[in-house]
Design a protein around this ligand. Structure first.
Ligand code: SAH
Length: 228
């Protein structure tokens, strides 16, 4: 079974409508929709926004549904000049830009315990995402996606995240899902369509564009599963 997580309802609506033989299970306030999507067994859920909700959702998929991989689909702020609105960032790695124990001598972004700043997404799922995007004619950039509990809409913060972590895009869940997958030894990938540029204009751009961007990411996720 493959897990599919969107932080917000709009990020999963289209996909949920196409699930067949659906069973809904409510756990920790989240509805898990299990069923078949293009012949593949999946469980899809709207986790809620931010690292805590998305981690709870991912861990539940592992423990209660025995998922063998997790796809995180949704929208993000673009950091790379090569990503325009609607285009897609695919994570080869994720990191947490708001994880900071540098006060006790650690590198910024270090996740103590596992002692990593970057967690690798699964190369096979990354390749599947790239192939699906090519088929749909969607431009993608594969690289680091940075997550944190912050809607980034500030040029200085944006520049810092881009420069320090070499990140292509910034959002609020992917790296939490990645960390859960890492400790459970489960492959994952994060696919994010650009809704805004994480600058001072981001709130306006996000409001007018997030629905369209979310649909783009979910279309790509579906295309990947057709190949699965
Ligand atoms: N209260 C709002 C919060 C949305 S936050 C709501 O529930 O609808 C923005 C969402 O889009 C997050 O899930 C995040 O992953 C993503 N996102 C898009 N642009 C972003 C940006 N510039 N910075 C951080 N996250 C962003």
């Amino acid at each position: 079974m493959i897990g599919i997580i969107g932080a917000m309802k709009v990020e999963l609506e289209a996909l949920k409508a196409r699930l067949q033989d659906v069973t809904v299970t409510r756990i920790s306030g989240v509805d898990f929709y299990s069923g078949k999507l293009h012949g593949t067994d999946v469980v899809a859920a709207v986790s809620g926004v931010g690292k805590v909700f998305s981690a709870v959702c991912a861990q539940t998929m592992v423990l209660k549904f025995g998922v063998k991989a997790i796809i995180n689909t949704g929208v993000a702020g673009g950091l790379s000049p090569n990503l325009k609105l609607g285009e897609v960032a695919i994570a080869s790695q994720v990191c947490q830009h708001d994880m900071d124990t540098s006060g006790v001598g650690d590198p910024k972004g270090l996740i103590s315990g596992i002692n990593k700043v970057f967690i690798d997404a699964d190369p096979l799922w990354v390749a599947k995402a790239e192939k699906a995007a090519q088929k749909l004619g969607i431009h993608t950039e594969t690289g680091v996606i940075a997550s944190g509990d912050q809607f980034v809409c500030d040029t200085d913060r944006k520049a810092w995240i881009r420069d320090f972590f070499r990140a292509e895009a910034v959002e609020m869940e992917g790296a939490a899902i990645g960390q859960v997958c890492f400790v459970n030894e489960i492959p994952f990938v994060v696919i994010r369509s650009i809704s805004d540029d994480a600058s001072g204009h981001a709130p306006v751009s996000y409001e007018s564009f997030f629905k369209e961007a979310a649909q783009r990411a979910v279309a790509l996720t579906e295309e990947m599963l057709k190949e699965a």
